[in-house]
Design a binder for this molecule. Structure first.
Ligand code: FEO
Length: 390
């Protein structure tokens, strides 16, 4: 538990979870995460921006006591997801005169999630300002990064913008700011891939909004802050808008070696054709690394053996994840092997259909690859390389 000063009258009062290894029981977080909460004291009003989940609420409350937040006039909820709002019922008890300021959609969700009384919530309009005395909060509605309820808060006097999940990272760190590009890159990209990539289409406009403001500090709700905003804004611009690279990602699982043999042949043939290859053995891979590789891949390949009549469950999981996070890949295909039941390829192809990629003719073989199968796999590599070259 620690309070960290950001600017005169602005402090970080959140919680760091150093041990978390799976966020939402889904997303690997090898470096933990933080739940950032900010206390802003104007000469007239005190406000808390973002809160923490129920399990971290005592950390936040202790920090608020340390920061001498005897009164809180407003609690700004940028986004209703429970990792930032789980402690809201407690906060509203501790500060009985505090008013929640939030977007229309978040108001609806807060009432549904926590039964918060409507009169404790005030909806703020896009671009509305609230004076704190010497500091002004300006709200920017920002739906779909990553929920429909999201908004940002900008304080022009301090040149700081609070962006909630947007531009965040899952990184537990003692540093208030992150200035090391290498250290930032992996945590922020992992976070982008898993949480923001499905909303890549919404992102450029929000980057434009932030760049149109005079911003010295970006303060997200997860991970360290940025006092060099261009770094993270540049990464997001590239991840969201740049054309995919000449890379094929192969997510595979093999039971008796046939599918792995196919992957070996295809991977080597692709390299021989000048295509960069990233391989993930799903039996032991960090699914977050797979998600990161999908940010820039041009082709997604799922390789699966057959379990009973269908695909291996790990391949189904990877295909489902790939379809859900919506990478900008242009091509997809499936390869695999079967013994006596042959529906795995169709099953995977159906799962990845939402990717809206061009599906290149799969290669599905019986048992171990024969010479004829090897020729077909090499032809597939040629086809992929030719598509990448278009
Ligand atoms: Fe960190 Fe969408 O909540």
């Amino acid at each position: 538990m620690v309070v960290r000063s950001i600017k005169d009258g602005i402090s970080w009062v959140g919680a760091i979870d150093w041990d978390l290894r799976l966020f939402d029981s889904l997303i690997p977080t090898p470096k933990g995460t933080s739940y950032n909460s900010y206390l802003v004291k104007g000469s007239e009003k005190t406000v808390l921006l973002d809160a923490v989940g129920e399990e971290m609420e005592m950390e936040l409350v202790t920090n608020l006591m340390t920061a001498q937040a005897d009164e809180v006039d407003y609690i700004v909820v940028h986004h209703a997801e429970q990792d930032h709002t789980g402690c809201l019922p407690l906060l509203l008890e501790l500060y009985p005169s505090a008013l929640v300021l939030t977007s229309p959609k978040a108001k609806e969700l807060l009432i549904e999630f926590f039964g918060i009384e409507e009169e404790r919530i005030r909806v703020v309009e896009d671009r509305e300002t609230v004076d704190l005395g010497g500091k002004t909060m300006q709200f920017f509605h920002a739906p779909w990064v990553h929920w429909p309820d999201t908004m940002f808060t900008y304080i022009p006097e301090d040149r700081i913008i609070f962006t909630c999940d947007f531009l965040g990272s899952h990184l537990a760190a003692s540093d208030l700011y992150i200035n090391d590009p290498e250290r930032l890159y992996e945590s922020a990209k992992r976070y982008y891939a898993e949480i923001m990539m499905p909303f890549a289409g919404s992102i450029p406009a929000y980057l434009d909004t932030i760049e149109s403001l005079d911003v010295e500090i970006i303060a997200p709700s997860h991970g360290p802050l940025y006092n060099n905003p261009d770094l993270i804004l540049g990464y997001y611009r590239e991840w969201a808008t740049a054309d995919p690279k000449n890379t094929a990602v192969i997510a595979y699982v093999s039971m008796h070696g046939s599918t792995k043999k196919m992957v070996d042949i295809l991977g080597n043939a692709l390299i021989g054709e000048g295509v960069d290859v990233e391989r993930f053995n799903l039996a032991e891979s960090d699914i977050g690394l797979l998600a990161m590789s999908l940010v820039e891949a041009k082709t997604v390949i799922v390789a699966t053996p057959t379990v009973l009549f269908g695909a291996h469950p790990l391949a189904i999981y990877a295909a489902y994840l790939a379809a859900a996070i919506k990478p900008k890949a242009k091509y997809a295909t499936v390869i695999g092997s079967f013994g006596w039941g042959g529906k795995a390829v169709k099953q995977i192809a159906d799962i990845i259909a939402p990717l809206k990629c061009e599906v290149i003719e799969p290669v599905y073989i019986k048992g171990h690859p024969t010479e004829k199968d090897i020729t077909a796999i090499k032809e597939l590599a040629k086809t992929i390389a030719a598509k990448h070259a278009e």
